[in-house]
Each structure stands twice: as C-alpha cells, then as structure tokens.
Design a protein. Structure first.
Length: 347
C-alpha cells in the first residue's frame, strides 16, 4: 500500500513538472510572438511616416497619456522632423511621460468634458499646425473611455468624450482656418477614432433628446456616440475639406489591450483580459495612423478605415441616413454652442 501511494505521488509530481514546463514554453512562445507583432507594427508605421513627414511634421494628438495615443506619440517622435502637440486632462503626468522629448512634445491641458477647455486647446492646435515649415499636418482625436466617470454636470461624459468634444474641436478648427488671412495653409489630415461597436447602435432622435436631457442610456452610450461621430463625418467631410482644408477620416483600431475598458470591467477581472488575444497598442496605433499617413489621405475625405482596409466611403454609403445625420449635426452644433463660439473669431 505504501509503495503504491509513493508511486502515485511520484506520478503526480512528474505530471506537475511536465505541466509547468509546457506552460512555461507556451508563455515564452506567446511572449516572443507578442514582441514580434509589436516590432512589425512599429516598422510599418515608420515606413508610412517617412514619405509624408517632410522637413517639419506637426501632429496634434488627444488622449496621449495612455493606450494607443501614447504608443503613437512615442513612435512618431522617433522621426527627427516630428513635433507633437498633446492634449490631455492630466498635464503634469503627460509632461513626465515625454520629458526626454521636451521641446518636440508640447503638452496642453484638454478636458473634453469642458467645452471651454476644448476651445482653448483648438486655438493652440490651430497656431501649432499653421506654424513651421513644409511637412505633415495631422490631428488624431483619440481620447476615449468605455464608461468614464460621470461628468459633474450637463451632457453625459461618454457623449462628450467620444462625440461632442471631437466635433467641437474639429469644427472650430475648420472655422479658424476659414478666417481672412488664413488661406494657403497646409492641408490637415484628421483621424477620428471610432469603433466597430457603432454597428450595435440604434441611435435615433429620441435618444438624442434623452442625451440632451441628461438621461443617456449608459449601456448604449459608447456605441451611440460612435455612430453619431460617423454620421457627422458623412455629411461634413466634404465641406471641411473644401473650405477648411481638413481631410477628415475615421478609423477603428480593433480590439486593443489598453485601459479603455477599465470602467466597464470589474477591477479584479481586468488583469485577465490581457490574455484574451487583444492586439498590442503598437498595432492599434498603426491601424489609426494609417488612415492619416497614407498618401491618399489628402486626395479624398470621409473614409472609414481599418488599417489598410477601407470599410466605408461614409459620404456615399451613409447617404440613406443623410437626413438624420444632418439632424445630428444640428443637435451637436446647439449642444456645443459652436456658432456662438465661432462668432467670436469673426468680429
């Protein structure tokens, strides 16, 4: 009996050793593959940037203190001609992140929940983009959160972060570029970060009214705000390009391992999501940057991209939703007091 028990224990011990060894090998293989994907994505981004950067490339990025935008910022700064204007809520921590690039990475306060902050950042972005010599000009509206903490007052925080903030920033920038004396400015490639989750949205006029009344549905706010973003681009991209020189596109980064889902996942469960096969931030950064860095970015407008793949020509393929899209733009114009804010520039 004792011999059988001893043999059984040895068998269990050997099984545990084998399982541990196999698990170690699997983890090593996963880690090596992960590093290869990161390296490949970064090489591809550098290859896209090189032919369009020029002598004085200037890029504006929102939400650069974390996730995809942080990775994109770091990679763009590897090119010697690139300078960045980074918008974020926590200015100090972002300055610390990019301290080694001081002078080439300018950090400015940006709180998308506060329209006044968005306007102030827009004015900084306008001055930054029109300055300097010839080279790339690009705006990447990337700041986002799945379920951010609630705003202190007014419109829902998810809607402000993913639609109303980017809407106000881009539309005001377009107005500034149309002022007398602003003609001849270099074209700006604009990338609005969207999500495939917008397909789940059933946004309609009643939902817009609920948002205006401070009664947004938190279960659908993310998808609804992303759909509103695409509808806005579908009807405004041509005017923004022809009048303001803003070539507006949308891009989905895919399922990326970032902090985006923090507010929609239990804190104890969040660390385990890293093993669900999500893309590294380097691949997400490549996917959104491609929409703005490809040569065709200033030869067309309103394209919805997933990396190199064009998902939609928004102006054409959402033509059937044009009437509602126009209503979305009118609603957002009122919600952000866009006309009143822009009127101050025309006096």
């Amino acid at each position: 009996m004792a011999a059988r028990e001893s043999g059984g224990m040895r068998f269990i011990a050997k099984s545990l050793y084998v399982s541990a060894a196999l698990s170690g090998c699997a983890c090593l293989a996963f880690g090596l593959r992960h590093l290869h994907r990161i390296s490949k994505a970064r090489r591809r981004l550098r290859a896209l940037l090189e032919p369009v950067a020029g002598q004085d490339a200037r890029v504006v990025i929102t939400g650069a203190n974390s996730g995809i935008a942080r990775e994109l910022s770091w990679q763009l700064l590897q090119h010697p001609s690139v300078a960045l204007l980074l918008g974020c809520r926590d200015k100090q921590s972002t300055e610390n992140l990019f301290a080694r690039h001081k002078g080439r990475a300018i950090v400015h306060q940006l709180d998308l929940l506060n329209p006044d902050s968005v306007q102030a950042f827009c004015e900084e972005a306008h001055a930054f983009l029109k300055g300097g010599g010839a080279g790339l000009r690009m705006l990447v509206s990337n700041a986002g959160a799945m379920r951010p903490p609630p705003a202190a007052q007014g419109f829902d925080a998810t809607w402000r972060t993913h639609f109303l903030g980017p809407f106000l920033l881009t539309e005001l920038l377009g107005r500034l570029r149309c002022l007398p004396g602003e003609t001849g400015a270099q074209p700006v490639r604009v990338v609005q970060v969207s999500s495939s989750l917008e397909r789940q949205s059933e946004l309609d006029a009643s939902k817009l009214e609920a948002v205006a009344q401070g009664e947004a549905n938190q279960d659908t706010a993310y998808a609804d705000s992303k759909r509103a973003l695409l509808l806005w681009i579908s009807v405004r991209c041509q005017n923004l390009a022809f009048k303001g020189g803003l070539y507006c596109h949308a891009a989905t980064p895919g399922m990326v391992d970032t902090e985006l889902g923090w507010h929609s996942t239990s804190p104890w469960l969040w660390p385990f999501t890293k093993f669900l096969g999500m893309m590294p931030p380097a691949e997400g950064a490549l996917n959104i940057a491609t929409a703005g860095l490809r040569v065709q970015a200033t030869e067309c407008f309103g394209r919805y991209m997933d990396g190199q793949e064009e998902l939609e020509n928004l102006a054409m393929e959402r033509m059937g939703e044009k009437r509602f899209a126009v209503e979305v733009v009118k609603w957002a114009t009122t919600a952000t007091a866009l006309d009143q804010r822009a009127a101050g520039y025309e006096r």
